[in-house]
Structure formats: structure tokens, C-alpha cells
Design a protein. Structure first.
Length: 215
């Protein structure tokens, strides 16, 4: 094996080990909770040494951040793109983005596991403060982009001119988080993929008929 082939194999092995560690961490966090998980638990589950995990992650906070990053919904990147351009039907765009997020959750076990950890198995301790700060910043950016779409909806007459787009955005966020939180807790309660569209229609129809008003 020549040097280039050896380098390629080493890189591939490292990526495979990292992916195995992330998968093991997700399942261990879900079973034990983040606070009660040790790096040695994750290493054992992944079938690697404790030293191997430190080669990839300096501590549990960095590992948890990588798990969260791995489970990022693809809709987040799309939201950034569409919020920067004028949409012909802004409310339909909001609906489609939210629908993508809910169907991603309903159809992917790893996404369900990640949100179960974040919602139900994670204690927001000082150890995770940097991760939580990044998550807060990402959430603020996401909500700013959704608000921009609601402002476009006002501009094209889909929402009344007196609509408080900030409150509309906060309501949409609370609605989405509530749906995701409760469904992850009891996923057999209903078919989220099948019900996602009518659930979103309910919120958006109410928003159009009785929007929150500017003070």
C-alpha cells in the first residue's frame, strides 16, 4: 500500500470511528441522560478505547455538541436561504419548511433520539453552557428568519397590516416545539407524518383570521 492509500485509509478509519462514537453517544445519552453518561460509557459502547474518544472530542460537552450538530434538521439551512429572497407565497413557504421538519422527525429514528435527549434527558448544567449558548444563538437566528417570512406575508396581503410578526413567530415556535416535544414523548399517540399538514394548517389559518395585533 502506497503512502496516499495509507493516508486515505487512516482518514476513512478516523471518520468511521468518529461516526461510531456519535452514534454510541446518542444512544447512551438517551438511556442514561447526559449528566449520568461518562465518556468511558460511550467508548465501551462504540468498541473503542477511552483514549480514542479523547482523540476526537476533548470532553463531554464537545461530544454533546457534535451529537446535536449531527442531528441538525436540513430545513434549517433551507430556511436561511429562502428568508433572504422574496417569496410569492410566504405562508406556504413557512408551512412547507415546518412540514419538512415534522416529517424529518417522524421518519428518522436518529432525529427522534436526538430530540428525546434534548427535551427529556439533558440537564442544562454549567458543563453544557457553551453548547446551550450556541443553541440559543441558532434558535434566535432561526426565529429571525421565520419572522422575515411573516413580514413578507404582511407585505403581500396574506396577513393583515396590523399583525405583530414577532408574536406570530413566537407562537409558531411554541406550537412546533410543543408538537415535537409531546410526540417524541409518546410517538405511538398518533401518526405525525400523516397529521403534520392539518396541524400546521390549523395554526396558520388561525393566524390569518385572528393574528396577534401590534400594540
Amino acid at each position: 500500500m502506497d503512502n496516499r492509500a495509507m493516508v486515505k485509509k487512516t482518514r476513512e478509519d478516523a471518520l468511521a470511528t468518529r461516526e461510531a462514537l456519535l452514534a454510541a453517544a446518542l444512544q447512551t445519552f438517551r438511556e442514561r441522560g447526559v449528566a449520568h453518561t461518562r465518556l468511558s460509557d460511550v467508548a465501551a459502547r462504540a468498541g473503542v478505547t477511552r483514549g480514542a474518544i479523547y482523540w476526537h472530542f476533548k470532553d463531554k460537552a464537545e461530544l454533546f455538541a457534535a451529537v446535536c450538530e449531527r442531528g441538525t434538521l436540513p430545513v434549517e439551512a433551507l430556511l436561511t436561504e429562502v428568508s433572504r429572497t422574496v417569496q410569492r407565497d410566504p405562508l406556504a413557504t413557512v408551512k412547507q419548511l415546518a412540514l419538512m421538519a415534522l416529517k424529518q422527525l417522524a421518519g428518522h429514528a436518529d432525529t427522534q433520539a436526538m430530540f428525546d435527549v434534548i427535551f427529556h434527558k439533558c440537564e442544562f448544567t454549567d458543563e453544557l453552557a457553551p453548547v446551550m449558548a450556541k443553541n440559543d444563538a441558532d434558535r434566535t437566528a432561526c426565529l429571525t428568519q421565520v419572522q422575515a417570512l411573516f413580514e413578507q406575508a404582511v407585505a403581500v396581503g396574506q396577513l393583515p397590516p396590523h399583525t405583530d410578526t414577532y408574536l406570530a413567530t413566537q407562537g409558531m415556535h411554541a406550537y412546533m416545539v410543543g408538537l415535537m416535544h409531546e410526540w417524541v414523548l409518546t410517538p405511538t399517540s398518533y401518526d405525525l407524518a400523516a397529521c403534520a399538514e392539518p396541524l400546521l394548517d390549523t395554526y396558520l389559518a388561525g393566524l390569518s383570521l385572528r393574528p396577534p395585533r401590534c400594540p
